[in-house]
Design a protein around this ligand. Structure first.
Ligand code: DGL
Length: 262
């Protein structure tokens, strides 16, 4: 099956990294909208336009059989329209609020995402459906998207940004931090160092891949050495050449390492 994963940039590679190991026989396409990243700080109509173009390319030109919107921001504002326009299975991603609340009923949960996701109607509905005890706080971390795109993962600038963004929260009272933007998974090592050990990470990557398998009637296998093949596109242009492909493999390798950090 031809499965497309789509993100504004390299965040979605953290989903692909998992998907290509548990579905090693499928044929993946990855689309990073490099010309328009970041989405999370742009206007909602602009993001809707970018998503329309990406879907046109992936479904109409590349003939994808299913599309994973490996981007919480695009899901927040554009997935409903895409589902009306296209008949292929479309799997979106939303911050894993329900999963985080299910882990602990007493302590608080910090949901991090982009400004569009944090201010969006979809997240508001999700929270009012599940956060009956008022345990959730929301925090936008837009600079992490820029750092990730620049491949600046571990640095004093990243650490200072995260320390000052997290300073208003007494993290000892929190059970989990939800990584509600796929770019944020690249920073788990720094976050692990600056947060108390009692705060766990929750993200939607595994759940999204399970949902993909369910919707497409595919059977996942335990993640192993074998990885599915993938063709990479940047805003509709094929990624070719050893250097560009090595850069992507570098992101995928880091994503795989970050998956081990809980
Ligand atoms: N990776 C995306 C997400 O999951 C969006 C990052 C951005 O472009 O702002 O929300």
């Amino acid at each position: 099956m031809r499965i497309a994963l789509f993100d504004s940039g390299i965040g979605g590679l953290t989903v692909l990294s998992h998907a290509r190991r548990v579905l090693p026989s499928e044929d993946f396409l990855f689309f990073a909208d490099r010309d328009h990243v970041p989405y999370g700080t742009k206007s909602v109509p602009a993001v809707r336009g970018f998503v329309r173009e990406a879907f046109h390319f992936l479904v109409e030109q590349q003939k994808a059989d299913a599309v994973v919107v490996a981007c919480n921001t695009a899901t927040s504002v554009a997935v409903d329209e895409m589902r009306r326009l296209y008949a292929v299975p479309i799997i979106g991603m939303e911050p894993a609020v329900k999963k985080a609340l299910a882990r602990d009923t007493e302590r608080r949960v910090l949901v991090t995402a982009t400004p569009i996701t944090v201010n969006g109607e979809k997240l508001r509905c999700l929270i009012s459906a599940y956060d009956t005890g008022g345990c959730i706080d929301l925090l936008a971390l837009p600079r992490l998207v820029e750092f990730a795109e620049e491949r600046e993962f571990v640095s004093p600038r990243v650490e200072n940004y995260l320390r000052s963004a997290l300073a208003p929260y007494d993290l000892i009272n929190y059970s989990a931090i939800v990584l509600g933007c796929t770019h944020f998974n690249y920073f788990k090592d720094t976050l692990r160092q600056i947060m108390p050990q009692t705060v766990g990470f929750v993200d939607g990557n595994e759940g999204t891949v399970e949902e993909l398998a369910r919707r497409t009637n595919l059977r996942t296998v335990p993640a192993g050495e074998r990885k599915a093949l993938c063709t990479f596109f940047e805003s509709g242009r094929l990624v070719e050449g050893a250097e560009a492909l090595a850069r992507i493999e570098g992101y995928l390798a880091r994503a795989e390492r970050m998956e081990e950090i809980v």
